[in-house]
Design a protein around this ligand. Structure first.
Ligand code: GTP
Ligand code: MG
Length: 212
């Protein structure tokens, strides 16, 4: 099961440039989203580790591409990738340009990448920058799974509303891009809700057998 595999996650490397990305031919799952959306928190919760990825109240914390290896020395099963958050206003223009270019190239050209987990604060889903990520990634033919994060901050009805609004936007992409594979769910790292659905998605993407 991917839950037990994710528990084996351990830090591998932080990188700043495409040419420093790991060369191992193992499947990779990336976590992208606006700064402060909850990427690092989601990785920690999914991997059942408190301090695997660094979390902060200060937005713009994850400023490098952080790699976590799944498995052990004998059998490396894949990598989880914590991408730097975008959309944080107080980042200098040259740094923003560097990261926009790096994210674009990483998402569009990384051969090992099997799927993108795109995190959005459930209170503000599908901003212009989030749509930019979706549009960069759809042409790769790989799936995108959206986590509407911090669902604990919404009432049940607001959660349903956020889910429906996002699903409608995804339906629009699927009708204009026939190969698009897009899905969405509510998620809370704080309440640990929505974990099983994410595990199923990751398991499918890593093509694991259920009994491995
Ligand atoms: N209430 C609530 N707060 C959350 C949840 N997930 C994350 N947070 C909080 O949101 C803030 C940002 O979380 P991070 O996981 O650091 O966000 P990030 O997307 O990695 O941010 P950057 O590294 O800046 O891109 C922290 O204060 C977290 O405690 C959640 O499910 N519920
Ligand atoms: Mg982070």
């Amino acid at each position: 099961m991917s839950a037990s595999l994710l528990r084996t996650a351990h830090f591998l490397i932080s990188v700043n440039h495409m040419h420093d990305l790991p060369t191992a031919a193992v499947p990779e799952i990336a976590f992208a989203g606006r700064s402060n959306a909850g990427k690092s928190s989601a990785i920690n919760t999914l991997c059942q580790q408190k301090r695997l990825a660094f979390i902060s109240k200060t937005p713009g914390r994850t400023q490098q591409i952080n790699y976590f290896t799944l498995g052990n020395e004998n059998r490396m099963a894949g990598h989880l990738v914590d991408l730097p958050g975008y959309g944080y206003a107080r980042v200098p223009a040259h740094a923003k340009a560097h990261w926009a270019q790096l994210l674009n190239r990483y998402l569009q050209t990384r051969a090992q990448l099997r799927g993108l987990i795109l995190l959005m604060d459930a209170r503000h889903p599908c901003t212009a920058l989030d749509r930019q990520m979706i549009e960069w990634f759809i042409p790769t033919g790989n799936p995108i799974h959206i986590l509407l994060t911090k669902a604990d901050k919404l009432s049940r009805q607001q959660g349903v509303q956020a889910h429906c609004t996002t699903q409608r936007i995804l339906d629009g992409y699927e009708s204009s891009h026939t190969h698009a594979m897009l899905s969405v769910q509510l998620f809370s790292a704080l309440k640990r809700s929505g974990l099983d659905t994410v595990y199923q998605v990751i398991e499918r993407w890593l093509a694991l057998n259920a009994n491995r």
